[in-house]
Write a protein that binds this ligand. Structure first.
Ligand code: G2I
Length: 488
C-alpha cells in the first residue's frame, strides 16, 4: 500500500499523531510555530498529513539549549542522535558499554512524541581504535556483540537503525575498513542479520552520502540491495544522507529513489543540509529554498520515501563550518533559530502556508497558479451528500484540526467549498490542502486544484492550525457546497 494513500484517520498515522500530541501536552512543549520563532505550521504536522515524517539530528549538548529544543519539539517528529549511538561512544573499550548519552536523546524524543532513527551500528569512522587493532579473526565476533548489545538495549525504542553507515567509496567499491578486511563484503549481510535478530521490529537501513543521484556509487548500492533482497537478507531501507552543495541537488534524485523503492525497500533523506559559501547572499538563500523544495518534492513524489531529516536544527548546530572551511548557513534556521527562506519553502512544499494570519490563509503557494481554487463548484449526477470526520489536537493555547471530507453521494463533486463556524476565540494561523477565509467566525474552505474533484466515495483531508483562548471545540457542523454533512 502506498504510504500516502490514507487520510489522517489511517490507524498508524492517527495513533502516531495522538501519541505525539499527548506526549507534547504532558511535557508542555508543543509550541505554536510562532512561539518557536517560526512562521506557519510545524513541519511535522504538515509532513504527517502527507504521510511522511520530518526529522532533525540532535546531540546531547543540544538538549540544554532551550531556543534549540523549542524549535526541535515544535517542528520535528523524528530525531537522529548526532553522535551518541556511534561505536566510539557506546563501546569505547572492548565489552564496556555506555548508553547514557544515547539514552538522553531517546528520553527527550519520547517526552516530545518524536521517534528515533538509530545511528549507527557499524561504521569505519568514530570507531574506537581497539576495533581496528583487533586480529582480523576477532572482528566478526566483536561486530556481532556490538550490534546485539546496542540493538537489544534500544529494542522497541528506535524506529530504525542505520546498520551499516557509509560502506562505499565514491567509485562504488567497498571501503577497505576493518570489517571488510576481516569478512569481505559478507560483513554487511551479517550485520543486517545480527541487527534483525536483536530487534526484529526496527527498520534496517544502509546509509551513505553521494548516492542521492544516479552515479557509480548509487549503482553499487543499488546492486548491493538487489543481491541482499535476492538472498533474503533483512533490509528495509536506504538512507540518502543528502549533504548538498548549493544548487547541486541531483536532477536524478527522484528517479534514483524510485529505482530503490522498486526493489522493495523504503528510502529516506537522512542528513539533509545545503552548504553555502559564506557570507550567504539573499540570492543564495533563495537558491537554498529551491534546493530544499526539490528534495521535499522528490520525497513526496515517491511512494516509499518515508521521511526527510535535516542534519542539525539550525546553522549554529551544523557540522559544515567545522569541516568545510568558508562554508556554512546549511540549514533551514539561522544561528538565532529564526526560519530562513528554505523553511518557508519546505512549509509550502508540504502543503502549508506561511502567509500572514491577518490576511486570508491559503495553503497554496501564491506563485503557483495551478493551486488556485476551482471557480464554479458543481455536482454532476444526482444530489450531493457528504460526511465529515474532524480530529482536533489541542494544547493550552493552540490546536490543529484535520478535517476529512467524504463524498457519500452518487455524483461527482467538481469543486467544493466547506462551510463551518469556528468557536469563539479561535483564529486560524495557517491552513493546508485548502484555502480558508476569513480566519475566525464563519469560514469557508475552498478546494485546491488537486483535490477539487471528489468521485463517489472519495475523501480528502484538509486542515488548519489555530490559536484559541480556552475553547478548542471543533465546529458543530459542516456544509459542503451549501449542503449539511453528516458526522463520520
Ligand atoms: O559528517 C557529517 C555526517 C556524515 N554522515 C554520518 C554522520 O554521522 C556524520 O555526522 C557527523 C557529526 O555531525 C559530527 O559531529 O559526524 C562527525 C564525525 O564523522 C561528527 O564530528 C565529530 C568530530 O569530528 C569530533 O572531533 C567530535 O569529538 O564530532 C565529535 C563529537 O562532537
Amino acid at each position: 500500500m502506498s504510504l500516502r494513500t490514507g487520510t489522517l484517520t489511517h490507524p498508524r498515522r492517527a495513533q502516531r499523531a495522538l501519541y505525539a500530541t499527548a506526549a507534547a501536552i504532558a511535557a508542555g512543549t508543543l509550541l505554536l510555530a510562532g512561539q518557536a520563532g517560526a512562521t506557519g505550521t510545524g513541519l511535522k504536522t504538515l509532513a504527517e498529513a502527507k504521510g511522511i515524517y520530518f526529522g532533525t539530528a540532535l546531540t546531547q549538548s543540544n538538549l540544554s539549549n532551550s531556543a534549540l529544543t523549542a524549535v526541535a519539539s515544535g517542528q520535528f517528529d523524528m530525531v537522529t542522535p548526532g553522535n551518541e549511538m556511534k561505536w566510539d561512544t557506546t563501546e569505547p573499550s572492548n565489552g564496556t558499554y555506555n548508553f547514557s548519552p544515547g539514552d538522553q536523546i531517546v528520553s527527550y524524543a519520547q517526552a516530545n512524541g518524536m521517534r528515533v532513527r538509530g545511528h549507527n551500528l557499524v561504521w569505519h569512522s568514530q570507531l574506537p581504535s581497539w576495533v581496528s587493532s583487533l586480529p582480523t579473526t576477532q572482528v566478526q565476533a566483536a561486530m556481532e556483540s556490538h550490534i546485539t548489545t546496542e540493538a537489544t538495549h534500544y529494542k522497541g525504542k528506535v524506529y530504525s537503525w542505520d546498520v551499516v553507515n557509509e560502506p562505499f567509496n565514491d567509485d562504488g567499491t567497498l571501503r577497505q575498513d576493518a570489517f571488510y578486511a576481516a569478512m569481505g563484503n559478507g560483513y554487511i549481510a551479517d550485520a543486517l542479520k545480527t541487527a534483525h535478530a536483536a530487534d526484529p521490529n526496527a527498520k534496517l537501513y544502509l546509509n551513505d552520502y553521494n548516492i542521492e543521484g544516479q552515479n557509480a556509487k548509487s549503482d553499487a548500492m543499488y546492486n548491493l540491495v538487489k543481491s541482499l533482497k535476492a538472498a533474503g537478507v533483512p533490509i528495509d531501507g536506504i538512507g540518502l544522507e543528502s549533504h548538498f552543495v548549493l544548487g547541486q541537488v541531483p536532477s536524478t534524485m527522484k528517479a534514483n529513489m524510485q529505482r530503490f523503492t522498486a526493489l522493495g525497500v523504503n528510502v529516506a533523506v537522512t542528513e539533509l543540509d545545503d552548504r553555502i559559501q559564506l557570507p550567504a547572499s539573499s540570492a543564495n538563500l533563495a537558491q537554498q529554498a529551491t534546493d530544499f523544495t526539490t528534495v521535499v518534492d522528490d520525497c513526496l513524489a515517491v511512494s516509499g520515501c518515508v521521511g526527510v531529516s535535516q542534519w542539525g536544527v539550525g546553522d549554529a548546530d551544523s557540522w559544515i563550518p567545522g569541516f568545510f572551511s568558508g562554508y556554512g548557513a546549511a540549514t533551514m534556521y539561522d544561528a538565532n533559530y529564526q526560519p530562513k527562506p528554505a523553511y518557508n519553502a519546505v512549509v509550502t512544499a508540504l502543503g502549508g502556508s506561511t502567509s500572514s494570519p491577518s490576511a486570508s490563509v491559503s495553503a497554496s503557494a501564491s506563485a503557483s497558479p495551478s493551486a488556485s481554487p476551482s471557480p464554479s463548484p458543481s455536482v454532476t449526477g444526482v444530489a450531493s451528500s457528504c460526511k465529515v470526520a474532524d480530529v482536533v489536537n489541542a494544547w493550552n493555547t493552540g490546536l490543529t484540526e484535520n478535517i476529512t471530507i467524504t463524498n457519500t453521494g452518487s455524483g461527482t463533486v467538481n469543486g467544493w467549498t466547506l462551510g463551518f463556524t469556528l468557536s469563539a476565540g479561535q483564529t486560524i494561523t495557517s491552513a493546508w490542502s485548502a484555502t480558508i477565509t476569513p480566519t475566525s467566525g464563519q469560514v469557508t474552505a475552498t478546494n485546491l486544484s488537486y483535490n477539487g474533484t471528489l468521485t463517489p466515495g472519495a475523501a480528502t483531508t484538509i486542515g488548519f492550525q489555530a490559536n484559541h483562548t480556552g475553547d478548542a471545540a471543533a465546529p458543530a457542523s459542516f456544509t459542503l457546497n451549501g449542503k449539511t454533512c453528516s458526522a463520520g
